[in-house]
Ligand binder design. Sequence first.
Ligand code: 1PZ
Length: 208
Amino acid sequence: MAGAFSLREVLAAFQACVTERREVLLGPYLSGWRGLIRFLHTLGAIFSFISKDAVAKVQLMEDYCRGEQREQYVSLQAMVRYELAQGLLDAPGRPDSGCRTVLRLHRALRWLQLFLEGLRTARQDSRTSTICTDSYNASLAAYHPWVIRKAATVAFRTLPPRDAFLQIMNVGTAEEAVAMLGEALPYIGDVYDITQQLFAQHELLDLP
Ligand code: 1PZ
């Protein structure tokens, strides 16, 4: 399995996590994130401050999914219902609730959506670092203090050019990678929209 790893399967996990009833299943959602983190590792050590934080959050969620209350963590909808009913979101600054943790991943998913869409539609000679910085500034950056924004921007500058980046996604040629993105991105958009609506409905979009 090691090495033979393609971003196609990773993005397919986000397709697999939406049920017929438009619920978002945490299992495939988290395995999608695990795959993204593995991909991030291939981009070099300069990204490790990002993957460390992502791993910690995914790990916390996986622990809930395997823990005593695992039935409450099958889907995002079940989790929101449960944590609200238990008053787990009332204590100010609860740093370990599933909802505030997923909210961080959810905001990062928006960056991913913008970044991959930018990559897909950009001209062949575009700079990946510019696409990445623009997507970041239009999404996640608003939630990060200056020092993280600075470190992220420095790391982005090391990203390989667009065509090389499309190739390390391991989906085939750059053209094949672009086609795959065109198929996969609507599913990521779907997951994002469902989650956004769920969190908005319960006024959970600003959880500290
Ligand atoms: C292709 C290049 C990859 C770039 C990744 C772009 C995202 C930059 C995010 C920088 C986050 C840096 C470190 C940690 C920040 C945390 O403070 C925040 C808020 O959490 P809190 O402090 O409230 O607990 N964490 C986040 O915003 C979650 C970031 C997850 C990033 C996952 C990236 C996955 C990359 C996939 C690559 C294809």
